[in-house]
Design a protein around this ligand. Structure first.
Ligand SMILES: CC/C=C\C/C=C\C/C=C\C/C=C\C/C=C\C/C=C\CCC(=O)N[C@@H](Cc1ccccc1)C(=O)O
Ligand SMILES: [Zn+2]
Ligand SMILES: [Zn+2]
Length: 478
């Protein structure tokens, strides 16, 4: 079952141990990064001053990365960064690590600690970007800095791509980097980006954490619904207004969930891999999904987070209408954000939407849309997946289960689909429901310990990518 039948050969690894001074420096570097408000506000509204400052900042805290002769640095799309780390063995196909430096807005309200303070309190570094995704930007560069300081020369080349506009679709960052690499004829063995985590406490009855590596991500549709009616005096209103017609249409969409795709999805495989971690009788139920599938899928859809794993979701995100208190509104507009299940296409979802709305006074306009991403391999030959699995086993020995899954959000990695068939979305961090809600929410924070572990993970991962691989068997196969 070896990877390509290669002979197992483990070069001596540099131990992933960091001195007290290095550990202080790495957390201080993250705090400084959080302090720079690199906010993406809207489609074309970015804090470019902060993004420029961030570029200077990484130069100052990772001097070795910037002065090493075999590390090439390029700025793309003004604020994104592409590093090419030239390995010593050109016969090995390069891989790529992705992260993004922009963050979503964070008004002060509701935060225990100001969101751009980067303050340390009770063993946590607080602030916007501590989980999404400056932790990854900084941990990748930090791990490389530490490897270079130990005179590590990689065998396998790799790229580090740090987008600056992921939170507003990545068109000027990731998309431009991908186009540049494609023009240069680069093909990648695999990509690792943000996405899933080591999940803890998401499933009732399952006390143990489990790592989910996302091998696909959902598609997305931003759909505008519009109703136009004749304006007039509010003292003599018509039976239905544009607002009423549109509100009824969006309400029908909200009340009519898209079909449950549990039967045809990757989630079945994920649950089968998790089955033996559950106590009786859940273990039996999950091992016999041919029989209990309908029951399990109903339980999964009851929770709003796990519901996103079984169907295309429908989120009413914007609603605009009305010009004055006493004017019948001539136009009402709503925007609906759908996340398309990997077992469906954009076209299929749009057909369903039209049938649910079933009102020809409602006009549709697709603002943007893309299909779900292809499923990357997770078999024994899949280099990227197996390297992640091996590194998870080494850095998180308490995690028994590593399983493939779906990323419910979208990542910059989707722009690189032409460069590789292996896209893996995984953050080497524990995530519980509370920390999940803090992403794009309030009180986002990372423990100092978790951040150090993330650096350690990348430090080991880069070295693991340089050894010929033999996959570790599943624990239950032992
Ligand atoms: C058996 C069960 C398996 C798993 C179980 C349980 C629950 C799953 C729990 C949590 C999910 C874990 C992680 C998901 C966390 C975040 C989503 C990941 C990445 C999203 C990044 C992001 O926010 N991207 C934006 C990008 C975007 C911006 C603007 C326009 C388009 C896209 C997004 O998706 O909105
Ligand atoms: Zn992110
Ligand atoms: Zn985000």
């Amino acid at each position: 079952k070896g990877l390509g039948g290669q002979k197992h050969q483990r070069a001596s690894q540099i131990p992933s141990q960091f001195s007290q001074g290095e550990r202080v420096a790495m957390k201080e570097a993250l705090k400084g990064a959080i302090h720079i408000p690199t906010v993406s506000f809207g489609p074309k509204e970015l804090n470019t001053t902060a993004l420029a400052e961030f570029g200077e900042y990484i130069r100052s805290v990772f001097p070795t990365v910037f002065k090493t002769s075999f590390v090439q640095h390029e700025v793309i799309g003004e604020y994104s960064h592409l590093f090419t780390v030239q390995g010593s063995d050109p016969s090995l196909q390069p891989y790529m690590l992705l992260a993004h430096s922009d963050v979503v807005p964070a008004p002060d309200e509701g935060w225990e600690v100001p969101p751009f303070s980067g303050l340390e309190r009770d063993g946590f570094i607080h602030g916007r970007g501590t989980l999404d995704n400056k932790n990854s930007v900084m941990a990748i560069l930090q791990a490389l800095e530490l490897l270079l300081l130990r005179n590590y020369i990689p065998r396998r080349s790799f790229f580090i791509a740090l987008g600056h506009d992921e939170e507003i679709s990545g068109h000027n960052g990731a998309q431009k980097i991908a186009a540049l690499l494609q023009a240069r004829g680069v093909q990648l063995a695999f990509i690792v980006d943000e996405g899933n985590f080591i999940l803890d406490g998401f499933i009732p009855n399952l006390k143990k954490p489990f790592a989910i590596i996302a091998v696909t991500e959902k598609g997305a549709i931003n759909l505008m619904l519009q109703v136009n009616t004749t304006p007039g005096h509010s003292s003599a209103p018509p039976k239905e207004t544009s607002i009423g017609i549109l509100a009824a249409a969006v309400s029908r969409l909200e009340q009519t969930p898209m079909p449950n795709m549990f039967g045809s999805g990757l989630l079945k495989t994920t649950l089968q891999e998790l089955a033996h971690e559950f106590p009786f009788p859940t273990n039996i139920i999950l091992s016999n999904l041919w029989l209990f599938g309908p029951l399990v899928s109903r339980l999964i859809e009851r929770n709003y987070i796990t519901n996103a794993l079984v169907r295309t979701t429908t989120a009413l995100t914007m609603f605009n209408a009305g010009v004055k208190v006493n004017v019948i509104p001539p136009v009402a507009q709503a925007i609906i954000n759908f996340r398309v299940d990997p077992a469906q296409t954009v076209q299929e979802v749009l057909e369903l939407v039209k049938n649910i709305v079933a009102d020809n006074r409602v006009q549709f306009q697709v603002l943007s849309a893309f299909d779900p991403l292809p499923v990357s391999p997770s078999d024994h030959q899949a280099l990227g997946y197996q390297l992640l699995r091996q590194t998870i086993r080494s850095v998180f020995p308490e995690v028994n289960i590593v399983a493939p899954g779906v990323c419910i959000g979208n990542t910059d990695s989707r722009h690189y689909a032409n460069l590789t068939t292996g896209i893996y979305r995984f953050n080497p961090l524990y995530l519980n429901p509370q920390s999940f809600r803090s992403i794009h929410g309030i009180n986002e924070k990372i423990s100092v310990r978790a951040y150090e572990t993330q650096v350690k993970f990348i430090f080991e991962f880069v070295q693991n990518a340089d050894t010929d691989q033999e996959p570790v068997p599943h624990l239950h196969e032992l």
